[in-house]
Design a protein around this ligand. Structure first.
Ligand SMILES: Nc1ncnc2c1ncn2[C@@H]1O[C@H](COP(=O)(O)OP(=O)(O)O)[C@@H](O)[C@H]1O
Ligand SMILES: [Mg+2]
Length: 304
């Protein structure tokens, strides 16, 4: 499909994730309409797009929190043909899920468990690690995310940024090959966003393969190998951040960037001619009127 899609030029294991013809509907609502893509080992992919475009559904399908109706998902050499049944299918789904760690916007920590208990739970239950081994690993991971001093706290006793770092440690405790992040900083107060992005950046630099739904452009520009703009259940455009953010080829991408560029990257927005002159020159109402008019045909609000 897109020219920027990685090809299997080198060894076959260069590609960690391959998705072919992925379809997902909720009842009559067709959300993913034939998504194809591949992610190389160590690659960081940032997915952007308006609210309702299917970003979360895509991530949730990759680790089978949602079962897609159609398509083939291959992660780390394990292939699942969606819509299958039976024992072999179930085992393949389980194997794929074990390769994925996921971090959610709302943290999803167990509120009645301490930070350490949150991190050791899955390795003990799913991987059969002893409490000692799991705890030792948890301490190492909590140190990595800068939370050694919060090991015995409960989620209600720590900040949102700290909760999200626990959630990252918890996902890493399962030794995933792929990390999926669904708007990991969207629920955070602005001053707490940086600490979470910092941990994610470290992870990327260590070579973790990551698919990140996020509109944090600074992070995308510094860390992403590729940005995908998704709209209406399709990948509209993809490429390096410098291209997708600053030289978008597609009108829909440009339209969407109106909602995030002026705020986050005013200079580049101006270069692209998409800072609202409206916002600077005209009244607030006019600027809002223009936005509302743009959104109406798409039937949704801009990215959450
Ligand atoms: N479990 C579900 N049941 C029914 N509809 C859903 C479900 N999850 C998502 N949707 C719908 O699918 C569409 C895509 O949602 P989502 O993937 O969450 O978009 P995004 O993450 O890009 O905002 C939306 O219209 C949403 O309402
Ligand atoms: Mg979402």
């Amino acid at each position: 499909m897109m020219a920027t899609e990685p090809r299997e030029t080198g060894a076959a294991d260069d590609v960690l994730v391959r998705v072919e013809g992925l379809h997902k509907s909720f009842g009559k609502l067709h959300v993913l309409k034939g998504v194809d893509f591949a992610v190389r080992r160590g690659e960081v992919v940032v997915v952007i797009g308006p609210s309702g475009s299917g970003k979360s559904t895509l991530l949730r399908c990759l680790n089978f929190l949602e079962e897609p109706q159609k398509g083939v998902i291959t992660i780390g050499g394990v292939s699942v043909t969606c819509g299958g049944r039976g024992k072999a299918h179930k085992r393949a789904v389980r194997d794929v899920r074990l390769k994925c760690g996921m971090v959610f916007q709302e943290f999803n920590l167990f509120p009645h468990k301490s930070v350490t208990e949150n991190v050791i739970e899955a390795p003990m239950l799913v991987k059969g690690l002893s409490k000692e081994a799991a705890t030792e690993r948890a301490f190492a991971l909590l140190a990595k995310v800068g939370l050694s001093d919060r090991a015995d706290y409960f989620p209600s006793q720590i900040s949102g940024g700290q909760k999200q770092r626990v959630a990252i440690a918890r996902a890493l405790a399962m030794d995933p090959e792929l990390m999926l992040f669904d708007e990991p900083t969207s629920a955070l107060d602005p001053e707490l966003i940086g600490e979470v992005l910092g941990v994610m950046k470290d992870l990327a630099q260590e070579g973790m393969t990551m698919i990140v739904v996020s509109h944090e452009m600074g992070f995308a520009r510094d860390v992403a190998d590729r940005v995908i703009f998704m709209d209406g259940g399709y990948f509209v455009e993809q490429g390096p951040p410098s291209e997708v953010f600053f030289h978008p080829r597609e009108d829909r991408t440009r339209q969407f960037l109106r909602h995030i560029l002026p705020e986050q990257e005013p200079e580049h927005a101006a270069e692209l001619g998409i800072t609202g002159e409206a916002e600077e020159g005209a009244s607030e109402e006019e600027a809002q009127g223009e936005e509302a008019a743009e959104e109406a045909p798409a039937g949704g609000s801009p990215g959450a």
